[in-house]
Design a protein around this ligand. Structure first.
Ligand SMILES: NC(=O)C1=CN([C@@H]2O[C@H](COP(=O)(O)OP(=O)(O)OC[C@H]3O[C@@H](n4cnc5c(N)ncnc54)[C@H](O)[C@@H]3O)[C@@H](O)[C@H]2O)C=CC1
Ligand SMILES: O=C(O)CCC(=O)C(=O)O
Length: 389
């Protein structure tokens, strides 16, 4: 029986793949084998001894201490692309909110009604103050052309915008999905200099934190409209507030409001709704739960952010799943340990990702803990699991 702890509300459709005969799922289980999480902050999370995997039902993993997980042999999964359509649709809405002062107008109409005014009459007089430009014919810069950025760039071309896209690590899949109408630029300056609207869709990492700062705003057009549905930390708050006050930035639509920003004029704060559609919540939960289930039951890894994708069909009686550092001599040490114990290897696969690697060894015998302990003792091995067919 595997114990799965949920740290956020996870769609029941996703949880339904965790069969109750093999999985106990709740927010109260202890010494959990796996965690299902959305945005809960796990940075200070104390890992219980049994914890082997964390599945993020979503894209961003900056709420998870990924380096600490890797060092503890804990696999971190996410669900690439599963919520991209929901974010794309909110990005279209954000383009409108960045242009037309719908939010200001709605607040004003309600205030008129509260003040006892005849709303139907006053709107015609008052609406002038909420005029905003159309997006058609304007330039949009998309920073980050991953699952979301590509979809936003493509749909914006259909809304009559001229689109510039920037991503120094553009994947082949993303490049193939990108409309040929999108101008792919290799320098952020091209985005800053040319664009009336800029939307950012990159992960928050040490490299991207605060990338939209005073130096970036200085290069942008006066009156630029900025959309951030990615992460709050990508934008330097103080610099954004100064840019809004000076008129450099005409409006800032953010899915990550905080107290410093929320009441500043021309900020449109959205309560992190990017992935909040039933479709996206189901897609993410399903993918996260399936990946977690498969890893716990078979050792196969799909869509991990800290370990390679590695799937091997079962062949043999016992499966050894070994997470180790990506350094020379590991495979030789593992196979030497197996041959010392007279264990025959049926099938073996090894793959690496950055500083870490993963090896699955299927062996014909029903091996015991002694073999696993011998492999655990190899310098560079971080975690060994023994699964039986
Ligand atoms: N508001 C919300 O509810 C949601 C927010 N997000 C956020 O959006 C981010 C992007 O999501 P996806 O597109 O699904 O991820 P993705 O991993 O498919 O795409 C991210 C892209 O950013 C690019 N990138 C990385 N560093 C860059 C840099 N310095 N400059 C330009 N491009 C850079 C990568 O090469 C990649 O193509 C997530 O990391 C997450 O933080 C994602 C889903 C929902
Ligand atoms: O689970 C959510 O609602 C947030 C989604 C998100 O921010 C992400 O997938 O990175």
């Amino acid at each position: 029986m595997f114990r799965i702890k949920t740290l956020n509300q996870i769609s029941p459709t996703g949880l339904s793949v965790l069969d109750a005969s093999r999985f106990t799922v709740s927010d109260g289980v202890e010494n959990e084998d796996g965690v299902l999480v959305r945005s809960a902050d796990m940075q200070e999370y104390v890992f219980p001894p049994a914890l082997r995997a964390i599945a993020r039902a979503g894209a961003g993993t900056n709420n998870i201490p990924v380096d600490r997980c890797s060092e503890s042999g804990i696999v971190v999964f996410n669900t690439p692309g599963a919520n991209a359509n929901a974010v794309k649709e909110l990005a279209v809405c954000a383009l409108m909110l960045a242009s037309r002062d719908v939010v200001g107008g709605v607040e004003w109409v309600k205030a008129q009604a509260r003040a006892g005014e005849d709303v139907a009459k006053v709107v015609e007089k008052g609406k002038r103050q909420f005029v905003g430009p159309e997006i058609s014919g304007k330039n949009l810069g998309v920073i980050g052309l991953g699952a979301i950025g590509v979809q936003v760039a493509n749909i914006a071309t259909k809304l009559g915008m001229t689109v510039y896209g920037y991503d120094p690590f553009l994947s082949v899949d993303a490049a193939l999905s990108l409309s040929r109408l999108v101008h792919h630029v290799t320098d952020l300056t091209a985005i800053y200099k040319n664009c009336d609207y800029i939307t950012i869709h990159v992960p928050q990492t040490a490299d991207t934190k605060g990338m939209l700062n005073a130096a970036a705003f200085d290069q942008m057009k006066t009156g630029v409209r900025v959309i951030n549905l990615a992460r709050g930390g990508l934008v330097a708050d103080e610099d954004m507030i100064a840019a809004l006050k000076s008129g450099k930035v005409a409006r800032y639509v953010t899915d990550f409001p905080d107290n410093a920003l929320t009441l500043v004029k021309n900020v449109v704060p959205i309560p992190h709704l990017g992935a909040s559609s039933p479709e996206s919540e189901e897609n993410c939960a399903l993918m996260a739960a399936q990946q977690l289930r498969d890893y716990l039951e078979t050792g196969n890894i799909r869509n991990s952010v800290n370990l390679p994708t590695l799937e091997q069909d079962w062949s043999g009686e016992t499966r050894l799943c070994i997470i180790h550092r990506n350094v020379p001599n590991m495979l030789a040490s593992i196979t030497a340990a197996l041959s010392r114990e007279n264990v025959n290897v049926e099938n073996m696969t090894n793959k690496s990702k950055g500083n870490y690697a993963y090896t699955i060894v299927d062996v014909s015998a029903r091996v015991g803990d002694a073999v696993a302990d011998e492999i655990r003792a190899i310098s560079g091995v971080l975690r060994v699991r023994v699964l039986r067919h």
